[in-house]
Write a protein that binds this ligand. Structure first.
Ligand code: IMP
Length: 429
């Protein structure tokens, strides 16, 4: 059976939620494999709007949903999100939600540390979501993490707590914070444990079984390739690998399970948080993109920075993540612009570059090289086939395809799931 991996091919917020929802109907399992509740996925279903941060988008339609081991899990955020969705009428039970028992936890002091470090970082601020994502991943690779399975063995946690406190108490002292209150932490863990353990299981095993039985998997990436800790705009990135390969390591299925890699690409560019953004527009055009595109963060409510489409960045993202085809989203936001610009390369110290350099200073200094196209006056909102699109919009899409060296598989023309032009079905065998 064909599987699909959905990843963001820019700085996140490309509209993955709608596409995953659209695909989830035909999937037997939807799997989150990295990130945590720093993600913000908005699903519009009829009159209802669902905002998800941690739960896989498939849960809203009742598709079996999995939080894989590659995620960092804030158990209290999970409980709140489950309660919120249940309040909106979504059924969530251990039958349709599984949490990997080897998933590391985000703990309250991770959240504190994230904020303390951001506040102390001056110009070096990353602009994180302050949800403790980075500190939790650090503890995972530092072999200090408390994991979901530990919740069933809290009386045996002392060696792990010793390691954790040895590290964090020193850091906390540097910030003038008291040491971790071990008794209070254990009490909090004991209180949340039954809720999380209800969903905990060896996810790798369950997924392997249903895959062998012919299930179709949909891997749901969070953030975007340009926020990948290796391939993104380091250090202004998130702390996980957001590229396709993580779908295998972060779920416990082999690399061949990724299937069709669908890169989600917005028809222009946005970014939240700090960091380089060569095509950023701090003028009325940028403001217009932001207003038309409702560019406010789902998680933090922060206004997103907006700019022209950067084909150089997306080409690089598609290359490093092995994207098979893209879903182009929010095309309608470009309706009514007399002229549109696409970045095709950069100038840096008198040289022309056809890629985004690795060094943060160079990334901040590159000057975009643009090509300009006529825009279109007609509305593309709600288009469901090529014939509904103005000729100039088709020209824009074709040019994007050419420049990023990757075919368009879908075009999304509104938040409604049916407003989608299908070119190639990612699930086709
Ligand atoms: P962190 O993931 O909270 O550590 O934040 C690191 C960077 O990733 C910041 O620039 C955040 O704004 C950005 N970021 C994290 N999650 C998302 C997301 O889901 N969409 C867009 N940006 C994100």
């Amino acid at each position: 059976m064909a599987n699909v991996t959905v990843i963001g091919a820019q700085w996140g917020d490309e509209g993955k939620g709608k596409i995953v929802d659209w695909l989830a109907e035909r999937a037997d399992a939807v799997i989150r494999f990295q990130g945590g509740h720093n993600a913000g996925h908005t699903l519009v279903i009829g009159e209802k709007v669902f905002k998800l941060s941690l739960l896989p988008s498939g849960i809203v339609r009742g598709t079996f949903s999995v939080i894989g081991n590659g995620v960092v899990l804030d158990p209290w955020a999970l409980r709140d999100e489950v309660a919120k969705l249940r309040g909106q009428g979504v059924e969530i039970t251990p039958d349709n939600l599984a949490v990997a028992d080897n998933c590391p936890l985000i703990l309250p002091f991770h959240r504190d540390l994230d904020a303390l470090r951001e506040d102390a970082s001056g110009q070096g601020k990353i602009g994180t979501t302050r949800r403790g994502i980075g500190p939790a991943y650090e503890d995972k690779v530092g072999r200090r993490a408390i994991r979901v399975c530990d919740l069933a063995h809290l009386d045996a946690l002392d060696p792990q707590l010793d390691r954790l406190c040895a590290h964090h108490d020193a850091l906390r002292a540097g910030f003038g914070e008291p040491p971790i209150d071990r008794a209070a932490l254990l009490a909090e863990l004991a209180e949340i444990a039954p809720f999380v353990l209800e969903f905990a299981q060896p996810v790798w095993k369950r997924l392997g079984e249903i895959r062998r039985a012919g299930a179709r998997m949909l891997f749901e990436g969070a953030q975007g390739v340009l926020l990948d800790v290796d391939h993104g705009t380091y250090p202004f990135v998130t702390s996980s690998n957001t590229v396709t390969g993580t779908a295998s390591g972060g779920s416990g299925l082999g690399p061949q399970a990724s299937g069709f890699v669908l890169g989600i690409v917005k028809a222009y560019t946005t970014r939240v948080g700090s960091g380089p953004f060569p095509t950023e527009l701090q003028d009325e055009v940028g403001q217009r993109l932001g207003e038309r595109g409702h560019e406010f963060g789902t998680v933090t409510g922060r206004q997103r920075r907006c700019g022209w489409f950067d084909a150089t960045l997306v080409r690089q993202a598609c290359a490093v993540a092995g994207v098979t085809g893209i879903a182009l989203t929010k095309l309608d936001v470009l309706d009514g612009f007399a002229k549109l610009k696409i970045c095709t390369g950069y100038r840096l110290n008198g040289k022309v570059l056809d890629y985004f350099p690795a060094h943060a200073g160079d990334q901040a200094s590159v000057q975009p090289i643009y090509e300009e196209m006529d825009g279109w006056h007609e509305s593309t909102a709600g288009a469901r086939s090529w014939v509904d699109l103005p000729a100039q919009a088709i020209k824009y899409i074709k040019r994007v395809e050419e420049l990023i060296q990757c075919p368009v598989a879908l075009v999304s023309t509104s938040p409604e799931r049916e407003d989608t032009i299908l070119v190639r079905d990612p699930f086709a065998d």
